[in-house]
Design a protein around this ligand. Structure first.
Ligand SMILES: *Cc1c(COP(=O)(O)O)cnc(C)c1O
Length: 361
């Protein structure tokens, strides 16, 4: 089809976007996507295989997902009395909230630099996205946030806790002030994708705020491949978001695998504890390297700044190490690289390649 025909059909917000680019990573040490590098213990893999073999793949899922939600509530600490909605990754939950709130002129607000899906999903749903820059040290600019909330009256505010790609854990009192300032004019989504590495949460504060939604995912915990996210909040609000959810959005294999693994969540908790210890070791090693600034991180990745990120990124690629060059994402991120924390062995490979990739002298 010709490009003029295309533009007659497709919305301009879409044609002006470039497709989400995922780099080819076969053969690389993959430190770009915050995946958990550990697999399940052999015995558990065998048991899971047998469990999945018995799943009724000929049947549609039961769309209430009540057994899955029960296990999520029990094993991942959702307080009683708060309804849960499950999504095909948190990406789908974000999309559902965007669609549900997309009144004409409605806006979405989030600090920048932040998770790109907030702005993308807003655009897809026809919402206006307003970004509020963080301070240069990536802490929350509370004054600017409060002013933007008054000016724009956003329907949805996203606060990633901790934030991606910076790793920052925003001040909880600042966040509470934002929740109170928004009041009943909008929904504040606290995105806790990295909660296993931050070990702090707003989940226990759901009863305090009617406008709070706590969103999480099993992706960073070690199950990125099965695509499962969940959110909890005020029941009346959840009932509306639930109407937008495609009835069979979680497939039976994902459901069965999640139920099986979450019953044994201590295995993943131990992996997260190991990654937190590795994060601290990697951070110490990088801080000792001349010419590197390491930002504090409560997630399973580190954001660093070097003199020439483009060059260091390219040299790391030559050493078959794939990190994320975020230097062009936002002016505050100039010359920054984001490195996923991995196993002791992969972190050592990274550190050796990194030392060889930094300009000498
Ligand atoms: C990785 C990430 C997610 C996870 O998305 P899924 O679709 O659940 O894999 C959500 N929010 C933030 C801030 C993230 O970095």
């Amino acid at each position: 089809m010709s490009s003029s025909n295309i533009t007659n059909i497709i919305r301009p917000e879409i044609t002006s976007l470039s497709a989400y680019h995922v780099p080819e990573s076969a053969g690389y040490v993959k430190l770009d996507a915050m995946e958990n590098p550990f697999v399940l213990p052999e015995e558990m893999q065998q048991e899971l295989g047998q469990h999945l073999a018995q799943v009724a793949m000929n049947r549609y899922p039961v769309p209430s997902y009540s057994s899955l939600k029960h296990i999520i509530a029990e094993k991942l600490g959702v307080p009683a009395g708060h309804d849960i909605i499950v999504g095909n990754g948190s990406d789908e939950l974000i999309a559902m909230m965007s669609v549900a709130c997309a009144k004409p002129g409605a806006k979405v607000l989030a600090p920048l630099p932040g998770f790109v899906m907030y702005a993308m999903s807003a655009k897809f749903a026809g919402l206006e996205f307003v970004g509020v820059p963080l301070h240069a040290d990536f802490t929350l600019d509370k004054v600017a946030m409060l002013a933007a909330i008054v000016e724009h009256q956003p329907a949805i505010i996203y606060l990633a806790y901790p934030n991606n790609p910076t790793g920052t854990l925003y001040d909880a009192d600042d966040m509470a002030e934002i929740l109170r300032a928004v009041g009943n004019t909008g929904v504040v989504v606290v995105d806790e994708a990295y909660q296993p590495f931050a070990q702090t949460s707003f989940m226990s504060r759901l009863a305090e705020f009617d406008n709070l939604v706590v969103m999480r995912t099993v992706s960073k915990l070690g199950l990125a491949g099965i695509r499962l996210g969940y959110m909890a909040g005020n029941n009346a609000l959840m009932a509306e978001f639930e109407k937008v959810r495609p009835p069979y959005n979680i497939n039976v294999l994902t459901q069965a695998a999640a139920e099986f693994v979450l019953q044994r969540v201590e295995v993943l908790d131990a992996q997260a504890a190991e990654l937190r210890a590795q994060r601290d070791k990697l951070s110490t090693a990088l801080r000792a390297t001349p010419g590197v600034e390491v930002f504090p991180s409560s997630a399973n990745f580190l954001l660093i700044r070097v003199a020439n990120a483009e060059q260091v990124f390219a040299k790391l690629l030559n050493h078959k190490i794939l990190v994320k060059n975020v230097g062009k994402m936002h002016t505050l991120l100039e010359n920054c690289l984001r490195i996923t924390v991995s196993t002791q062995e992969e972190n050592a490979l990274f550190l050796a390649a990194f030392a060889a990739s930094m300009p000498s002298k």
